[in-house]
Ligand binder design. Structure first.
Ligand SMILES: Nc1ncnc2c1ncn2[C@@H]1O[C@H](COP(=O)(O)OP(=O)(O)OP(=O)(O)O)[C@@H](O)[C@H]1O
Ligand SMILES: [Mg+2]
Length: 263
């Protein structure tokens, strides 16, 4: 009997539901005697193929939200459906498998293993996915080429610039061919030129039809996205979609507007 995740991973793409759907998601952290309310009721839908920037001041809950989206953490309350599947129904093994196959993560601090070459770093998710060793290197090199690092496959991280390291991290995120790319301040440690290089990689991933969700503090980085969601104090305070010209934007309607989420 196939598990929910098997049916989910093996089935045809179901286009009728959003790739991400959250309802009234609350996240609290217990710190000694006090509760930290990181998310205070997030309801959010993201369609397949969208490019969304999440913005907000430090401590507003952006990384907490991203970690839940990426199944690295679970809500204290509320519901989260990833590709139509309620993640609460999944066992840990299924969650790990979904993370590995469907989601690519990019972090602010590139998180590359320092003693391994770019190609070996990029191969790692394929090892976890059980891809045959003979295929791994070829796929890693292909991913590195796709981010413009075809000449750097043998370099270790200390032999690469920050922008190159982040592009290697993007290659590692996409080598499993995930439909969903999540990035938490991917340009936070980069200079302007490297930021533009990395953002053009995200733009081309989006152009290939992948869903991209990234956190940023910078307006010019958010400008690459089609939709900007703003958080404050664990709540969504603004949600705009830009038209193709970028000149105009429209509010994204939320079912929860009557809960006083938008004020
Ligand atoms: N593991 C944790 N344990 C306790 N509190 C946490 C934990 N992770 C986050 N928090 C708290 O939850 C709130 C939201 O944190 P979060 O990391 O989501 O913010 P953020 O918007 O990503 O901020 P930044 O822009 O600084 O990265 C903060 O008050 C933070 O201190
Ligand atoms: Mg953060």
């Amino acid at each position: 009997m196939p598990s929910v995740a098997d049916a989910h991973l093996g089935g045809r793409p179901r286009t009728e539901h959003p790739v991400i759907a959250m309802r009234d998601v609350v996240k609290r952290y217990r710190m000694g005697d006090t509760d930290v309310h990181a998310l205070r009721g997030i309801s959010l839908e993201i369609d397949r193929g969208d490019f969304v920037a999440i913005m907000g001041t430090s401590g507003s809950g952006k990384s907490t939200l991203m970690n839940i989206v990426g199944c690295l953490d679970v809500p204290t309350r509320g519901h989260y459906w990833l590709d139509g599947v309620d993640v609460r129904t999944l066992e840990d093994d299924d969650l790990a498998r979904i993370r590995n196959r469907k989601i690519g993560f990019v972090f602010q601090s590139f998180n590359l293993l320092p003693r391994m070459s770019a190609a070996a770093n990029v191969e790692l998710p394929l090892t976890y996915a059980g891809v045959h060793p003979k295929q791994r290197r070829a796929r890693a090199v292909q991913a590195l080429r796709s981010v413009g690092l075809g000449e750097r496959t043998h370099h270790v991280p200390s032999e690469m610039s920050g922008g190159q390291q982040q592009r290697a991290a993007v290659a590692r995120a996409i080598v499993t061919n995930p439909a969903l790319i999540l990035a938490d301040e991917p340009t936070g440690n980069l200079d302007t030129e490297s930021s533009i290089d990395v953002m053009s990689v995200f733009a081309s991933l989006h152009a290939q039809g992948r869903t991209v969700v990234l956190i940023t503090h910078e307006d010019d980085i958010a400008a690459y996205a089609q939709r900007i969601v703003k958080l404050r104090d664990g709540r969504i305070i603004d949600d705009h979609r830009r038209d193709a010209s970028g000149a105009h934007s429209t509010h994204v309607a939320h079912a929860e507007a009557d809960h006083g989420v938008f004020r």
